[in-house]
Design a protein around this ligand. Sequence first.
Ligand SMILES: [Zn+2]
Length: 362
Amino acid sequence: MRPLVDAHLDLAWNAAAHDRDLCLSLSEMNAAEEGMTDVSYREHATVTFPEMREAGIFLCLGTLLARSGPALSRKLAYSRTDLDYTTRIGSYAAGYAQLACYRWWEQQGEIRLILTQQDFDKHVAECAKKSCHKIGIILSMEGADPILNPDQLEEWHQQGLRAIGPAHYGHSHYAGGTAVDGPLTADGRGLLKQMDRLKMGLDVTHLCDRSMEEAFELFGGTIWASHHNSRTLVPNDRQLSDDQIQKLIHRDGVIGTACDAWMLRSGWTIGKTTPEGLTLDSMIDHIDHVCQMAGNADHAAIGSDLDGGFGTEQTPSDLKSIKDLQRVSELLDQRGYKESDIEQIFSGNWLRLFRKVLPNAL
Ligand SMILES: [Zn+2]
């Protein structure tokens, strides 16, 4: 089994907003959801802690995810009651509820929160010796609405937050996200300044083109796209243009390829298209696109997003559990990737970036 770093899982959102027990085996968790119809992906889950261990995942970015952007956007197609709040205090509280999940899992011995470079070095060394079975988690925020204002970032940083994607779908209080367009807000510019000062990571995933362009200019620190595929291969504003990929490469950024089916293959209609005919090989197309642009394998990686509001109804047909990501290794090998390149894509590239956003000590 090849050690793997996954740059995007919404673990706590699954627990806090979907009432899922991630400590169960996958079959137990899916059995517990029998007959539930509140969302389409009940009984189709691919992610629990035991499955993550079998996937070789020893480190991941775990998100805090809640939205309270301008009211207008919540009436649009992507509005959802398990994510959207009409008040900012609602999204602030939801962020803390999810933080409580990670703390509980840490007390239970399932995970280890990685807050500093010392934590990181210890965890990576122990996992290399196979003497640690806890999953290391670095906290990231997907959509910055739980942060009430830029000055409050200090509080979230003290709580362990180390990276931020300023918007999700629609407008956040800080930036334009997927499916909309617009600049960074004044608070968005203020937030990036504070993030720079605290040496936090900027995740450009979900930023609309205009906000992303401004963020590239304003932000001087470590930058990545945690779960993001190619717009050239699958046209959609949610995807990265070649120009954006080039900018990320130029900044020593890393792009995590996601496993959401509609982002892998053109013409997928959510809720209608079924996975037949789509395989993990399409993931390799997106990884390879980044590597061909870079001329090396130093900027491509995995950000699976496998628990981000979909399950096996919307994954490649040969992915029934997150552990099937291990197959990406042999598929890269079949495409002629060297051992050292595969290792970079599986873990090395994310390890290089993540260490940079951790403080030396608390
Ligand atoms: Zn996302």
